[in-house]
Design a protein around this ligand. Structure first.
Ligand code: ACO
Length: 433
């Protein structure tokens, strides 16, 4: 809210003979904005900003990103510290409740996650009605919005938000694993009280009545890290979509389901699947790394170097650095250090980072560049990669939804446009057309 920002000197906007004084504000870490909320009312003009690259849609105390310096903070904590010291569940707690949990709070949170981890039996039946090769992102979004039919209490706010939030966090992981089991035609596996959050996910994904899958603590740790790296990233596309849906008064499940859909696209969360498909194509001999780089540079080509570039980061994405190191460590641990996809990824990165086009446009690897290689090494199929991103991003979506609900300054999200279509036409009856 404006009251959370520092008011600076005002800015002057001159349109024709009219001069408008606009308030200027500063956030906690020197980001500045010009308040244009009265612009149309006072001048008749609106701003034009496709993709909202210059538009601050809210003030927020959840996450800070400095894209020039490569800094990412959640509630004031550096991503490097959180990645080294916290489980995903602790970071989720931090984002949603605003503070790191103490021992007692963490145990209570874990107990609640455990108690809410199963799916309603009727909901489990839904899985059998999807076609066999359904994309798990479609199943995930549909299942998340379906939760609102099983837990309608959300509409009248008659249960604690703590319970709603824990239920969603816990069940999302179960839904994701069930959708995978469905896609390979195996019976689903229920969560267990014996396991921590990530262990439970690995168990539901990979245990079956006919194997002896053992949960590797190093894999569990890597999974925790990847989820932590995805936990929030302020006003990204999916979060903004979830916030926009929230702004209309829609419930938490509906808002999160819309966030899942927005994440699916290849320019956002779907990029992790796109990266592996690109690497596999190179491995199969379909195209050389140098050709990919050249094609990505061409104005007339639709191809982009997947996992490269970011709206905010104009330097190396700090999450990509951590993901790359963890990916290399994981592959070493699993005896997969010679994974040809890792070699290809490193070659592509090297070529791009020394190529004038990528240097001039400040294009660096983003969080998605190395995560897919690690997920693949864990045994997670590529159509589940974006689901992994969604599980990771869930605490961020929830935190933004709660923040938006509490922000009295927020209004329904409703941008304007500049109409460039036809002026009034004489109506022609169908028989005369
Ligand atoms: N490969 C080649 N060229 C690129 C790439 C890329 N990966 N990314 C950006 N560019 C070029 C654009 O063509 C554009 O060139 P121009 O100025 O000559 O027109 C310039 O760099 C700026 O790019 P924009 O698309 O305007 O940047 P924007 O901020 O709108 O898009 C995005 C950011 C979508 C991430 C883009 O970099 C991209 O498509 N990357 C590949 C997909 C990807 O990895 N997405 C994951 C993003 S991170 C996340 O969601 C977790």
């Amino acid at each position: 809210m404006k009251t959370d920002m520092k008011k600076l000197e005002s800015a002057e906007l001159k349109i024709g003979k009219k001069i408008l004084n606009l308030d200027v504000y500063e956030g906690a870490l020197e980001e500045r904005c010009i308040d244009i909320s009265k612009l149309r009312q006072e001048t008749g003009y609106i701003t034009y900003d496709p993709g909202f690259g210059n538009t601050g849609i809210a003030s927020s105390d959840i996450t800070f990103v400095d894209g020039e310096k490569g800094i990412l903070l959640h509630r004031g904590y550096q991503i490097e510290d959180l990645a080294a010291n916290c489980t995903f569940i602790e970071v989720a707690y931090l984002l949603i409740f605003g503070k790191l949990p103490n021992q007692e709070e963490r145990l209570a949170f874990s107990a609640s996650l455990n108690a809410n981890s199963m799916l309603h039996e009727d909901m489990r039946q839904f899985f059998s009605n999807y076609p066999e090769h359904s994309h798990p992102m479609a199943v995930l979004s549909a299942m998340v919005v379906s939760l609102s039919t099983f837990y309608p209490e959300i509409e009248d706010e008659s249960e604690s938000i703590h319970l709603t939030v824990t239920r969603l966090l816990s069940k999302m992981r179960t839904i994701a694993a069930f959708s995978y089991k469905k896609s390979i035609g195996e019976p689903v596996r229920q969560p267990s009280w014996k396991y921590r959050y990530c262990e439970n996910f690995l168990s539901m994904m990979f245990k079956s009545p006919v194997n002896n899958y053992q949960i590797d603590p190093i894999v569990e740790r890597a999974l925790n890290l990847f989820l932590v790296l995805h936990a929030d990233h302020e006003q990204n596309c999916s979060t903004t979509v979830a916030r926009a849906v929230c702004s209309s008064g829609a419930n938490l499940y509906a808002s999160i389901a819309s966030g899942v859909c927005a994440l699916w696209g290849p320019l956002h969360g779907g990029a992790n699947q796109g990266v592996i498909e690109m690497l596999e194509k190179i491995l199969a001999g379909g195209i050389k790394p140098s050709d990919i780089i050249e094609a990505a540079k061409r104005k007339d080509s639709k191809l982009r170097l997947m996992g490269f570039g970011h709206r905010v980061y104009k330097t190396y994405d700090p999450r990509a650095k951590l993901a790359k190191q963890s990916c290399v460590d994981l592959l070493n641990h699993l005896g997969m250090q010679d994974d040809p996809l890792l070699d290809i990824a490193m070659e592509l990165e090297q070529r791009a980072l020394t190529d004038d086009y990528f240097i001039e446009k400040h294009l660096y690897p983003n969080v998605d560049f190395y995560t897919g290689i690690a997920y693949r090494a864990m045994g997670i199929p590529k159509n589940m990669f974006t689901v992994m991103f969604a599980i990771g991003r869930l605490p961020g979506w929830i935190a933004h939804w709660l923040e938006m609900k509490a922000d009295r300054e927020q209004r329904i999200v409703r941008p304007r446009q500049i109409y460039v279509g036809k002026n009034v036409l004489p109506f022609v009856k169908i028989e005369n057309r």
